[in-house]
Design a protein around this ligand. Structure first.
Ligand code: PLP
Length: 430
């Protein structure tokens, strides 16, 4: 199949139908129905002229021929397992192109470094994933890049004033959004930040909006459709989905991804063929896994909300009419996902007792895998976050974060109920 055939399939069929075959031609691999692992560091050119042409395309000196696959040179630049995976990843988010990385942090750091210079300003939502927080506030700060945080619920005008007060309004280089916020599931209005970024755009500065879509994407949130410029994933989470691979991805318009791929080539942050192969296998079941996980999470969240030992549940599926969050939810989310946080009655001791009693649900950080995981954000994933910020965000001693897997919902509830105490018998209670 040519690139044109793929394009026409893409406009007719759904991502879950194409996830098994899109972008792969069995004729190139002895008819193998599955894409093999191209475990090779370098590729043979048929002629010296061809090698010259491939390098001209890779260096941006010549436009690639749209009817031909890009020439393979060296696996830090490109590799079939990575290129086919990148094509498949674009399906859900309706992106032109994608770049895959050896970790989510590699995707974030490479994408951001493609757009910022000393003296620039990055606007970002708070709280951020711990690694991103450290990258912005400690590492980029050393290179003279200032970061400015926005709390959930801050109005567009308040954010605008903050940017003006920073004194670097003419140096705003990127807007970085993580929504839903981890671990409270607060939603940040992507469209509001997209239109705010446009106000600061000049012919020289494109002020791209980057959205870390790890928690809901790509099934339940499509930031590119909402006007964002780039979507970032820790593919370690739902995309990988089995807690057995560390990887990342960045998707968006072709020209922006080309810039990011160039940075990836020079930083050397790209993923290898084995990671590409594992993620291709994972994408085949992405829709099945994420849909089932979200269905189970809805059941668990509703039962937690009724439980006498639970003080509060943070889950987008539980927002009520009248809550400003539900307006954002209706505009930007296609489903509530499978990450639930909840406060137990009591404090750290009670939260730890629940975590220590869990049997089926494993006590571990990370998320998005087939197995359910629970952790204590305040002392684990968010241990490095400023104490005052944690208090203002509601990341309390009594909070537990749960990543719901693909297990039977009643079995998960039995485990949680036993750990929380007060569950009568072994009958699942509704
Ligand atoms: C895990 C995670 C990251 C970092 O990804 P790695 O694959 O661990 O490098 C970034 N953002 C979010 C929201 C995450 O959950």
């Amino acid at each position: 199949m040519s690139k044109h055939d793929y394009q026409s399939l893409r406009s007719k069929m759904k991502p879950e139908s194409l996830a098994m075959s899109y972008g792969y031609n069995p004729a190139f691999s002895e008819g193998a129905v599955k894409c093999p692992i191209y475990q090779t560091s370098t590729f043979v050119f048929r002629t010296a002229e061809e090698g010259k042409e491939f390098f001209e395309v890779a260096l941006g000196k010549r436009q690639p021929d749209p009817d031909r696959e890009a020439g393979l040179i060296y696996s830090r630049i490109n590799n079939p397992d990575i290129e086919i995976l990148e094509d498949r990843l674009t399906l859900w988010d309706e992106a032109d192109d994608a770049a895959v990385f050896e970790s989510g942090m590699a995707a974030i750091s490479t994408a951001v470094l493609a757009f910022v210079s000393p003296g620039d300003l990055i606007l970002h939502s708070d709280p951020l994933y711990g690694g991103t927080d450290y990258l912005f506030k400690s590492i980029l700060a050393r290179f003279g890049v200032q970061s400015l945080g926005v709390l959930p619920g801050e109005s567009r005008e308040a954010i605008r004033q903050k940017i003006l007060l920073s004194g670097r309004q003419d140096r705003l280089a990127a807007v970085f959004v993580e929504t839903p916020a981890n671990p409270t599931n607060h939603l940040i209005d992507i469209q509001m930040l997209v239109s705010l970024a446009a106000e600061f755009r000049t012919p020289e500065r494109s002020v791209p909006v980057l959205v870390d879509n790890t928690f809901l994407g790509p099934l339940f949130q499509r930031p590119l459709v909402l006007g964002a410029d780039l979507v970032i994933y820790s593919a370690t989470k739902y995309l990988g989905g089995h807690s057995d691979v560390i990887a990342g991805a960045c998707l968006g318009r072709g020209a922006l991804i080309q810039e990011i791929k160039k940075m990836r080539t020079y930083l050397g942050t790209g993923a290898g063929p084995w990671t590409g192969w594992l993620l291709m296998r994972s994408l085949e079941t992405l829709s099945l896994r994420m849909s089932r996980q979200a269905e189970t999470a809805k059941i668990i969240a509703a039962r937690l909300a009724q439980h006498p030992k639970v003080a509060k549940v943070y889950y987008p599926g539980l927002y009520q009419d009248g809550d400003p969050q539900i307006e954002i939810y209706r505009r930007q989310c296609l489903g509530p996902g499978a990450m639930i946080s909840f406060d137990v009655m009591g404090g750290e001791a009670e939260a730890f007792r629940v975590l220590n009693r869990l049997k089926l649900i494993k006590l571990a950080v990370s998320l998005g895998g087939t197995e359910s995981l629970a952790e204590h954000p305040k002392t684990m994933t968010h241990a490095g976050v400023d104490e005052e910020l944690k208090r203002s965000l509601g990341i309390s001693d009594q909070m537990i974060r749960l990543s719901v897997g693909v297990e039977d919902p009643d079995d998960l509830w039995m485990d949680l109920g036993d750990a929380l105490g007060l569950l009568e018998g072994s009958e699942p209670s509704v």
